[in-house]
Write a protein that binds this ligand. Structure first.
Ligand code: CDP
Length: 225
């Protein structure tokens, strides 16, 4: 562990529905570390763009939004993490399907990413966190003590996302969710700027048919002694 870090950094990446946010939250709770969803930052810029009528190709405006982004988090008594832009609770708005599609469209812009990477690294200055996303083990914290890449089949990942949307009251078809997951995967893996991939030294875990607790235990077993 670098001398500046008292506690480890755990970096978890993977495609949509691979289970990374559920696993990351449980690992953070078990190890007494802070949980950070990097996707919330990309979604927050996307939300501001959608609300402001900014299109996905307006790089100057999007870079400006990322530079001035001030996203903060609070935790409810039951452990629910809430995201805020000023006094606006945007937790639910960030999960909107239109916002997540916009997030993956704007995520191809290198200068926009650079601002978010800078903000995300500030969280890790002293270590002690679990961060999940697409480029955490490759770009944001390539020197993380624990680096994990989660995968699962397309159908399994779409099923998880479909159930999450239905639980939230969204009437969507499985076929449309599967198509959206595949579109977002193609964009995230195919882009030039920080494409989604496993770092050479990451541990890859396929979560198909594995209980969440098994995956969490597998990640905890990777912690330095
Ligand atoms: O939870 P889910 O995997 O569905 O999405 P997310 O992690 O909230 O990320 C939403 C979108 O933001 C992704 O599809 C990526 O395009 C982008 N993103 C990124 O490019 N880099 C990150 N570190 C995190 C998210």
């Amino acid at each position: 562990m670098p001398p500046t870090r008292q506690k480890p950094i755990v970096a978890i990446d993977g495609p949509a529905g691979s289970g990374k946010s559920t696993v990351a939250k449980l690992v953070a709770r078990a190890a007494g570390l802070q949980f950070v969803s990097s996707g919330a930052f990309y979604r927050a810029v996307a939300l501001l763009a959608v609300r402001g009528g900014i299109i996905a190709t307006d790089e100057v405006a999007l870079v400006g939004l990322a530079d001035s982004l001030h996203l903060r988090f609070t935790t409810d008594a039951d452990g629910t993490v809430r995201a805020w832009l000023d006094e606006d609770d945007v937790t639910d708005a960030l999960r909107d399907p239109s916002v997540e599609q916009m997030a993956s469209k704007i995520a191809i812009i290198p200068d926009m990413r650079a601002h978010l990477v800078r903000k995300l690294r500030e969280y890790g200055r002293d270590g002690g966190l679990v961060m999940e996303g697409r480029d955490i083990q490759t770009v944001v914290f390539p020197d993380a003590e624990v680096k994990v890449y989660l995968t699962a089949s397309d159908e399994e990942r779409a099923r998880r996302r479909w159930e999450e949307l239905r639980a939230g009251g969204e009437a969507v078809s499985f076929a449309s969710v599967l198509a959206e997951v595949k579109t977002r995967d193609a964009r995230d893996s195919g882009r030039d700027a920080a494409p989604l991939r496993a770092a050479p030294d990451a541990v890859c875990i396929n979560t198909d048919g594995r209980a969440i607790t098994q995956v969490v235990d597998a990640v905890l077993a990777l912690f330095p002694a």
